[in-house]
Design a protein around this ligand. Sequence first.
Ligand SMILES: [Zn+2]
Length: 455
Amino acid sequence: MRDPSADGPPIAVGPTCPLCHVTGAVAEPAIGLPAQVVALVAVNTPGWRPDFGLCRECAERFAGALAALSAHEDSFAAGSILPTPVRLGAPDRYRGRGVTIAFLDSGFYAHPDLVEPRDRILKYVDITNPGARAEVLKRPDASSWHGMMTSVVACGNGRLSGGLYRGIASEADLVLVKCGSMRRIKHDDIRRGLDWVVRNRRRYGIRIVNVSCGGDYEASYLKDALSQAAERAAREGLLVCAAAGNAGHLPGHPVLPPASAPSVLTVGGLDDQNRLAFSAYGMYHSSYGPTVDGLQKPEVIAPGIWVPAPILPGTPTADQAELLSRLEDAPDDTLRATLAAQPGVDTDLDAALAADLSFLRQLVALKIRSHNVISGAYKHVDGTSFAAPIVSSVAAVMLEANPSLQPVELKRLLVGTARRIAGIDADRQGWGAVDAARAVAAAGAQTRPRQRGRA
Ligand SMILES: [Zn+2]
């Protein structure tokens, strides 16, 4: 298509794109787009009509989302929780190959999405117990939950969902650094975890450190040892990606170390309403600055709610989710038998065994909603603990596209390609929502010579 501006001033400029509201994004009529793309736009954008049009970038984004979702037609129904790569428009060709992300968290689990068909966990270390061995990763423990979710959100390959709920860096390698337990992660143990990563970065090819845990108190990076460890990590070539925290609704909404350190890429929470249209986006109650040093945090936001995450296998939660999703799929004539075959998993359901079918169906639907169940193996979760690994995974695919990028460049490109969300204070969203499509394109463009120079 010819660029009308090439011949002089634009003849006609349409109104701003009703989907993304990006300055300069001109809406074009939705003519010529496949009907399924138009339908996907309509489903995601209440009040939109084809004659309102959309910009070219949005049209491409929805076409990409349709292609990704139609590969999973059997398992993905309209209204289901959207997979993370689709939400962020992540290009399918990059999966974080050749990049290692280190995760600092309360505990971990060797989830099938990380270890099948290839075990991508290069190393497990327990800062609080140097004698701990990687075998503990096979044991579901209450402390395993959080780090299992953060690592799989970024790097899971969606094995237990036929690939549908993969993370953006689904072929990246991982180093798992346990810094505490579900009850407590100490300020100084996060510092020791960061120091361990700096010492071992070359050995495992670590380029990114994800920190979905915060210190115990606010502190100036000029004095605080944890903040200084994060600064040191950045100087040593690591991108430190930290969760802003979930205290945006509290007075002071404090940002704790290491998220408060200047070189850290701090991630707040976007509420995308489980929709693909920017016009519907809102803010999660994530913490924000200024920090005690007067720094504005976070730099960017990423989905902090509706995030698909794994359920820890071998737990009562897993049994319940498995039963609920089996009941949801069961036809009327086998519903009761399906439930009767698994007594003791859910006492409410057991008690409803003799009730009429419509009541039982309602109870199943209610439980699926209230427990955030997606399937027997996944649920959706919220918190900036999940927004940070999403950004870590985007950084990993940027590094696959361009391995020469340094942390400061990664940060600049992620910030520069983020999209400001209309109606939300800059204090809370920083530079806006991370856009994987744009960030990866910008990363790739850094090495290549100009491809479309003006004649
Ligand atoms: Zn648009």
